[in-house]
Design a protein around this ligand. Structure first.
Ligand code: BGC
Length: 453
């Protein structure tokens, strides 16, 4: 097979799988707009819409579902294979989305959000896992990060859909549109093959060889790769308890810390709350929504930049530069609120600029690099389970930040809360500088040998 055809195969495989990321982004983003209308239709009556607590439940049950989804998916993917796990995830997406779109009551909507969450949590880890194992090492960074690109596109599309459907107030359609990528993910995945590394681990070398011949350049030595994977997969199977043992603990810590830092540095307080933050600061609703869409577009564009650079300059440079930029952005946002919470003229522009610098910097570093690294740094035998632990940490931290943000903001003010995020970002930077390894260009087997030392 020519190198060109091989490249096309890996890109198609990665792009289809990344539809899971699109659903992750869309389903987490769509709620901000849908909530405006669903609260009246599913409240006690038009005059008595849903309470704030009920609205918080609709929003955050997805995150609870994601924690559960992430915690079971790793083991499932290690046992039945990556491809079947993606297929099951797609079915759960379809069921959850249809349930939300046709819900007769608030209770059913809450169940639907939990179900969608299961799929979002599952997809968040099995997508990078599958692409990471299918991709040739020298372009793995960019391919795995197609997942992050899809997440950001999903978020942006959800904002635009909310905006476009605001006139008709059709929240059912806002939820329901996600069924399209979910069905595409399912059908696309039917035509994909199982991950070669997983096949070799299960002793199915011939099938793995057939898959690898479609995914590796002519110059690469497929037999050597199979031998290498077999060798690392012969290592004793590790139980979860052993995973916390001496050899693996450092890398487990790196994954968990990256996960926690990705959330406690504040990204989703911006992704989920920017419009209300800006309209409270005196922006008109239209201006607030527009600034939000621009922010979403910066998120997408800078992720594309990251994809182009990850395999050239490496993960560490982008992570460290991006995290520094996030701190700068947060300091600017915090400063714009010092003279009061109502932003006018120049201060409004400064605040939005700070937000854009912050989001753009996240998109070039910590956004893609977290999901990429956890797909790279773990030994094959426990890869699914270890990725699960990192993903659980990520979704739990997301949940804690999301539910406490508004209370925290009321307690210490806008300036206080954004300076707090800036401070946490600096702590993250220091940690990344000292602990995060470079993984560019190496095969997963090489990394397994090096990082276990
Ligand atoms: C994070 C999400 C976040 C998104 C924003 C992802 O990497 O895990 O929590 O909403 O990036 O682009």
């Amino acid at each position: 097979m020519s190198d060109k055809a091989v490249k096309r195969n890996v890109i198609i495989t990665s792009a289809i799988t990344a539809l899971g990321g699109l659903l992750f982004g869309y389903d987490t983003g769509v709620i901000s707009g849908a909530l405006l209308y669903v609260q009246h239709d599913l409240g006690y009556s038009q005059a008595h819409p849903m309470s704030s607590f009920q609205q918080e439940l609709v929003t955050s049950l997805l995150l609870v579902g994601a924690v559960i989804g992430a915690s079971v998916t790793g083991r499932v993917a290690d046992q039945i294979g990556r491809r079947k796990t993606v297929l099951i995830t797609a079915v759960i997406f379809i069921v959850g989305v249809l349930l939300a779109a046709f819900t007769p009551s608030l209770t059913v909507l809450l169940i639907a959000r939990l179900v969608i969450g299961l799929a979002v949590g599952g997809a968040s880890m099995v997508v990078p896992l599958y692409i990471g194992e299918a991709a040739p090492p020298h372009i793995r960074g960019g391919l795995v990060s197609l997942n992050q690109l899809a997440i950001t596109i999903g978020i942006l599309v959800s904002y635009l859909t909310d905006y476009a459907l605001a006139g008709t107030q059709n929240w059912r359609l806002m939820f329901g549109l996600a069924v399209i990528p979910a069905v595409l993910l399912f059908t696309g995945m039917l035509f994909q093959r199982e991950s070669p590394a997983w096949l070799i681990k299960k002793g199915r070398d011939d099938e793995a060889r057939a898959v690898l011949s479609r995914l590796r350049y002519a110059s690469s030595d497929v037999d050597a790769e199979i031998r290498e994977v077999r060798e690392v997969s012969r290592a004793k199977t590790t139980s979860v308890r052993e995973m916390f043992g001496r050899a693996l603990r450092p890398m487990l810590m790196v994954g968990v810390m990256l996960a926690i830092f990705q959330q406690i540095t504040g990204i989703n307080t911006i992704i989920y709350y920017a419009p209300s933050l800006l309209s409270n600061a005196g922006f008109g609703d239209k201006a607030a929504l527009l600034a939000n869409v621009v922010n979403g577009a910066v998120n997408v564009s800078m992720t594309i930049v990251a994809i182009r650079l990850l395999d050239r300059v490496g993960r560490r440079v982008l992570l460290l530069t991006g995290t520094s930029g996030m701190a700068v952005g947060m300091v600017i946002v915090a400063c714009s609120f010092i003279a009061g919470n109502n932003l006018h003229g120049a201060r409004a522009i400064v605040a939005v600029l700070g937000l854009l610098i912050y989001t753009g910097s996240f998109a070039i570093g910590l956004g893609p690099v977290f999901w990429l690294l956890i797909a790279e740094i773990y030994p094959l035998n426990i890869r699914g389970a270890a990725m699960s632990i990192a993903a659980i940490a990520n979704w739990s931290a997301n949940f804690v930040v999301t539910v406490s943000f508004l209370t925290l903001k009321n307690a210490i003010g806008n300036t206080g809360v954004f300076f707090l995020f800036a401070g946490l970002t600096l702590v993250a930077l220091l940690y990344f500088y000292r602990r995060v390894p470079e993984t560019k260009g190496r095969s997963l087997q090489e990394l397994e040998r090096e990082l276990a030392r």
